[in-house]
Ligand binder design. Structure first.
Ligand SMILES: Nc1ncnc2c1ncn2[C@@H]1O[C@H](COP(=O)(O)OP(=O)(O)OP(=O)(O)O)[C@@H](O)[C@H]1O
Length: 263
């Protein structure tokens, strides 16, 4: 089956969203095909979190009398739990610090989409082995028995990714994955994302940091003031002119070894 035969992973048609008195998303039209990794890039306040929360059904778009729709894998209706097993959501918020649990328990809780492992008896040996495999993949197997509030931010980010991967989702939606990480941890995390992408998981990266855009991502969508400002092939979209306009000041762009940097 080719990509063209598959329904898009995500399809926004004329989607607008209000938060309080503010129009945060304005008439968004966006198609994200299955298997196509992409980055959604925008400055603070551009609407990135609002877009993610609309996909995950935490926020609902406004009714548009001219017709609007939000489809995921061709369907308009999704149970949140079912949706999360297709689309692994990775955000720093997922790992709650008010719950005392080991890293392994946190990863296993991903099977149930719950903040902690309520009943370890529901974990079969097969589920446990797969979770261990995901911890190996993320290079956090040595942290299995450590408490999640006793690990670094970089390690916590990897726990959240392993937790999302236990459901074998076809796509990972990552919200600002390197925020608060130092240069080395951010670099290691990007290498792991490349590895996951090369193993066949679609990466949807939402960020203000263009350095997070791993070489495996070839499409970039720029979001500005709640609207899509640019959408296309990375090589065409990642230009000094576009970034200067997106961020509102003159920037210089450097492309080195497949990564981009602003200065
Ligand atoms: N709960 C809220 N109520 C009202 N307005 C909100 C709310 N949350 C965000 N906004 C506004 O919605 C707009 C988009 O915010 P959003 O958080 O989606 O942007 P963002 O691109 O994720 O920003 P950041 O990178 O700073 O997280 C902003 O103008 C913001 O002030």
């Amino acid at each position: 089956m080719t990509n063209r035969d598959l329904p898009p992973l995500i399809e926004f048609k004329n989607i607008s969203l209000m938060r309080g008195e503010r129009l945060c998303l304005k008439n968004i039209n966006l198609v994200i095909n299955q298997r196509q990794s992409l980055a959604i890039l925008g400055p603070n306040g551009a609407g990135k979190s609002s877009l993610i929360k609309t996909i995950t059904r935490e926020l609902y778009p406004i009714f548009d009398p001219l017709g609007s729709s939000l489809r995921i894998l061709g369907r308009g209706n999704w149970d949140v739990f079912e949706l999360r097993s297709q689309l692994g959501i990775v955000s720093a918020e997922v790992l709650r610090q008010d719950i005392s649990q080991t890293c392994q328990e946190a990863v296993l809780s991903g099977y149930f989409g719950s903040p902690y492992l309520r009943d370890a008896g529901l974990i079969s040996p097969k589920m446990k082995t797969y979770a261990q495999d995901m911890m190996n993949l993320l290079e956090i197997d040595h942290l299995a028995e450590r408490l999640t509030d006793e690990i670094s931010s970089g390690e916590a980010r990897r726990v959240v990714i392993a937790r999302a991967l236990v459901n074998n989702p076809q796509s990972l939606l990552l919200d600002e994955p390197t925020t608060n990480l130092d240069m080395k941890s951010a670099h290691q995390l990007r290498q792991l994302l490349s590895k996951i992408s090369n193993l066949g998981t679609q990466i949807i990266l939402v960020t203000h940091n263009l350095t997070d855009i791993i070489p495996e991502i070839n499409r970039v969508v720029m979001l500005k003031d709640g609207s899509i400002f640019r959408d296309g092939a990375k090589i065409e979209i990642m230009t000094e002119t576009n970034f200067s306009e997106l961020f509102g000041f003159e920037v210089n762009l450097l492309n080195k070894a497949g990564f981009y940097y602003l200065y």
